[in-house]
Design a protein around this ligand. Sequence first.
Ligand code: GLC
Length: 634
Amino acid sequence: MIKTTRILILPILILLFATQTVAVDIGMAGAVRRKTRELDTKVLDHKNATVGNTPVVVNSPVTIDEKVEALLAKMTLDEKIGQMTHPDSASLKGREEDIKTYFIGAILSGGNSDTSDNSPVSWADQYNLYQTYATQTRLAIPIIYGIDAVHGHNNVYGAVVFPHNIGLGCTNNETLVEQAAQVTAEEMTGTGINWAYAPCIAVARDERWGRTYESFGETPELVKKLGVAHIKGLQGTDLSQKPNVVACAKHYMGDGGTNQGIDQGDTVLDETSLRAIHLAGYVDAIAAGVKTIMVSYSSWNGIKMHRSQYLLTDVLKNELGFKGFVVSDWDAINQLTGPLSNQIATSINAGVDMVMMSGNYASFINTLRDLVEQGTVSQSRIDDAVRRILKVKYELGLFDNPFEDRNYLSGIGSSAHRDIARQCVRESLVLLKNNNNTLPLAKNINKIIVAGKNADDIGNQCGGWTISWQGDGGAITTGTTILQGIKNIVSTGTTVTYSVDGTGAAGSGADVGIVVIGERPYAEGTGDSETLALDTVDLTAVNNVKNAGIPVIVILVSGRPMILDTVLANASAFVAAWLPGTEGQGVAEVLFGDYNFKGKLSFSWPRSVDQLPLNSGDADYDPLFSYGYGLTYP
Ligand code: GLC
């Protein structure tokens, strides 16, 4: 019956198509399929569509592409623009109904937009509230919800926080990186959040950059390998199945190559070098099936990435065949010249499909609608953007299963997850010096003095993008500090004392001193540094312990190599621990020989800041420690 009706209706539709603006997708598998065209104003109600007096039988689309086309054909311009609108959750506080009013299709919680009590359940409740409004709209298109889960579900109190990418780069272990991403996806899924703005596949070329620690390393080879592993861990083999979440390769492109490492600066390179260093990661990420790509704030040879049609459309979408969607960075389009209308038109016509914004979504929506009605932004560009967004939502299984799975809540911060994070910590540590085999320490050593501001501070050892955007010192979440790890591992007869500046070391009778120094948390441009110099409090702590006449083991907790000067000379042993996250026990397990060092430097270590940028392969390459360097126990 249905088959007969279809055959009858087809000639009528072909005639109709030539004369009217009605678009109907009768996506019949195997039959002639009509290309849909946009209804300029009114909505075609598929349920009651007729041609003459004959009801149109709209086939239930079978492929994702057919589902996308069928849905797109039903959408009004406002419903389409809503899909391209990506506001922060803070701007929706008390206005959640706007999700329904404006057909908002994507929401994020930026680094400082935690829920009221930041408990996992409160995140699940918030997701549920948003998704309820979204699925009450006429077409019930679910939202996708993004967050910077860049080293675990790091906004959420109690979630496992992994080492930042610079440390994972030193593991050079793609299996482990994939496992870490899988855990992150699981801890996200309990809260409903289904889109991670990760991996950052920046190839950081100048450690003065405040985001160096978000990079796996200074070479495209290392970044490609671990970026792909991270994407696989997040998206899994079947993205439509929970706990898999959508990944986001960022920041496209050249974010790590800016002049002097200035955040959001200008990457001045010929195109061949740009492609070789900064595009390579995206080629492999796309081949690995990454579904979203975030645009960089930075520029290439003076052209802001958010306005580069050549790189966003010609290269990324046409040449590389990227079929997912391109999302802008936070309020990044507002860095473009001209009024908002120009910023929107320029970025979307360049190839941005979804615009991330801290607030004022109504202004964005109204302005973009005007731009389309004026013809400044074409309907086909809107359709391309929305098609890409809908396709990812279908691939994510959102239409079949839009709500959170609270069964995953119990896994957040679980010991099984922490075990994997602890292995990441162990394998990320790099031994740079070990005179007289100072390490490994014996667990039954008589007395240890521990010093340094980063020895007993979970916030400092996690770094930025932890609980808040910039991170913070102190007991900001649950986990084990390095000092606690030391106390846990030594024998009951061992005395461990702690003084942040090392006073009391002299005359303490300690056999050895462990001084944990380094950086306080920062994120993005806040971390840009012209000196990479250590704090004076760190130098004081090392000197005070050194002056006690005992071997000094220095552990550097930092987001990058730093200028060491006398500290290295004063150390009997020196360990780069990067930003290990919540599992400080992993540091103690290697210090006391339960495990050997495995980490190899993912960045060249400069002798002085004047050498920067300093990367393996440079003609005058003369680092303090080379890319790939790392000692082990004999
Ligand atoms: C930030 C970062 C980006 C992050 C986004 C959302 O400014 O550049 O990495 O994903 O905003 O927080």
